[in-house]
Design a protein around this ligand. Sequence first.
Ligand code: SF4
Length: 722
Amino acid sequence: MTETRSTCPYCGVGCGVIIESQGAQITGVRGDPDHPANFGRLCSKGSTLHLTASEPVTLQTRLLQPLQRLQRSATPQPVSWDSALTLATDQFARIVRDHGPDAVGFYVSGQLLTEDYYVFNKLAKGLIGTNNIDTNSRLCMSSAVAGYKKTLGADAPPACYDDVNHAQTIFIVGSNTAFAHPILFRRIEDAKRKNPALKIVVADVRRTDTVELADLFLQIQPGTDVMLFNGMLHLMLWEGWTNPTFIAAHTTGFDDLKATVRDYTPDAVAQTCGISKADLLEATRLFAQSPATLSLYCQGLNQSSSGTAKNTALINLHLATGQIGKPGAAPFSLTGQPNAMGGREVGGLANLLSAHRDLANPAHRAEVAALWGVPSVPDKTGKTAVEMFQAAADGEIKALWIACTNPAQSMPDQATVRRALERAEFVVVQEAFSTTATARYADLLLPATTWGEKEGTVTNSERRISRVRAAVVPPGAPDTAPRHDWAIATDFAQRLERALGRDTTTGTLFPYPTAESVWNEHRESTRGRDLDITGMDYAQLDAKPLQWPMPEGASTGKVRLYEDGVFPTPDGRARFVNAEYRGVAEPREARYPFSLTTGRLRDQWHGMSRTGTLGRLFGHVREPVLQMHPQDMARRLIQENDLVHVTSRRGSILVPVQASPEVGLSQAFMAMHWGEEYLSGVSATGTRLAGVNALTTSAYCPDSKQPEFKHAAVKVLKADMP
Ligand code: SF4
């Protein structure tokens, strides 16, 4: 038996795993006792990874050779890698020549490794000359990125997981940590056991499993987080619980913010949020008067049309009380996906460039152009996720390259996304699995390697870079077998250089024989930046995962940021940002009287391409259900397991109901994972849809462009009613 150290491919906790293999077969997995994210523990998903890699049903769902469709409705036919990439090159070169570089778009994924992300970004922004490259991390993290940059000056979570052991108050808001980040939750449970004085405050619209650990639970109305945070600041000022010394020494903009929060009175906040004034005061006291307060937050803040405002309003609380830059005190954004952080590091969003540079900054564009050896990087902001599919639906983007993600299921307002995929002239889907809803729209399917077969790196929520290693070779015939994502992008880029007539006499822009060679170029791009990693290399990462920054000469990475009170802003001060409460984009009303929110289950991951192949992972939740409050069900004469039509302005699904007092009155909850095998739907115009995103809205935050998955107005009617 061979043992290979690697990293779990699911959530942003980034647990270390040891893969056991025999020949080409992965036979087991266990937690890596030396990995500082999990110290040997794994959750239900991580501990079954080997089964999802080896069960016969999983192998049946793998994409094992390139496939081409001559017509959209036709069965795809096997082709060689050379034919497939020649076709892709011809089509992309033709469309770029005829319609310009912005007629193509790349939609990638926080499941990709940093090396994959890097090559795709250089390919789009450096070679083709379009910033139309965005990622499904737009759907989970872009509000956190915008929030950190606006307030603290850089997209850098200041804390580490060990801070749960130093905190005296943990404020969990918009995060069902128990399900979404299970091993971090175990660490919080341990911290609470060891330190009975530790207080846990949870604010959420649902009474989730995370609330079981809470000393105080604020069940707020959907979308009212900014109201809550501004109300807490109002009370802090009233009670004298701010930290004037910290504010004076390390921040700007507090006087403006004080004027803003004057109107957020306890009466107004309690009424809008649906909580008691006493609980509001107690939450404020526990936050402000604790020796160390750690906030943990995730999609409840980010997936909102006010996502950036929610992030900045929460960070304002930390700055106002000096709860930052010391052990156990920080605003700590939890990343959903395994490498959303790595994607941010290489500039894998339509508005970013390598190493946290900004596309809007001419000096940054010039730096990246020089690093890449290209004349320039275009200044026009690329299309973000929602904009990209809307542009394809409108005929503006004519070719799409989709890697390691399933937008036909996972994007909001699914009807528009499916219209985009139908209308695009040429769609490439680069995937490990053949079963995704998006694969059906592909003109060309390119098989990619997956967990257990890949080499590279990922970065978790605490800025820790871990190695991902191959334990086995991918299945399939050697000349058509799946390839690594970075290698597919590199091969395509080299062909496109020639097709677009780039002078390659001095060599290719993509000279990458290995994942490590890609990473080394990325590492060099970080020199002198806030996330400088020039002090680490693959060999060191092989020995142990390391946190950034770690500049050349440093012996280790930085455990927590801003301990010196200096922030990466022009004047070294953090910035208070005025954030006004706006409410949800689509309020419930008489015709659509329920607030629908979406979220994760404990044992499933994303669109279930991997976890859905394993029977035991259905033991916790067997089928899709709409959770409703029992009183709402009684009022509408709906019984447990009754089938109901759930309908928004965009589509409708048919699903059984489950009574759940966890859900607030006039609210409903559905898990995000179920695809068309489990939950079919239909758009308002009759297009076949699947899953809860038949209903969700593509309304997004104006700053982060992150869509509001956490709220759509819906109606619920029993299936047998007219
Ligand atoms: Fe994997 Fe996340 Fe579970 Fe850790 S907590 S084993 S990273 S899914």
